[in-house]
Design a protein around this ligand. Sequence first.
Ligand SMILES: [Zn+2]
Length: 162
Amino acid sequence: MICEMCGSDVPRTKLVMVEGAAVSSCPKCEKFASSGAVKTKEGKVMLPSVADRLGNRERRMRHKDVLTRGEKELVDDYPQRVRKGRQKTGMSQDDLAKSLNEKKSIIVKVENGDIRPTDKLVTRLERALDITLKEYLEIDDGDGPKQQSSKGMTLGDFIKTK
Ligand SMILES: [Zn+2]
């Protein structure tokens, strides 16, 4: 007899209920099934603990996604971008300073990378020069090497690796 849950050939199977469906199961799987195994979308039988782990993982990834999309950072080469953008418009540092109602020294320092422009100035520079100074950067959350995905792990896999 083939256990429908782990796929192993066993002398005897028993019908157990998994989420309302009768499944032929070996004694090992029967124990898991009665502990509340769930069926995934793909029709695989999964331990609740494994399903929980996957759920948590997805939630974490969604959370990280939001963080990554929510924060724009000043690009490292903002001095070059400002200088090039200004030269494209044909304005001198003086002209740009006047059009932004800023001191020329501020523009000079920004173009030299001596100071980081404030958020307000960044926005005004971007508009005045039609450039981008802030971009979404990948956040390194220090997770280390990527863990092997446990996606697709079935109850059978779980038992075999145990
Ligand atoms: Zn089994």
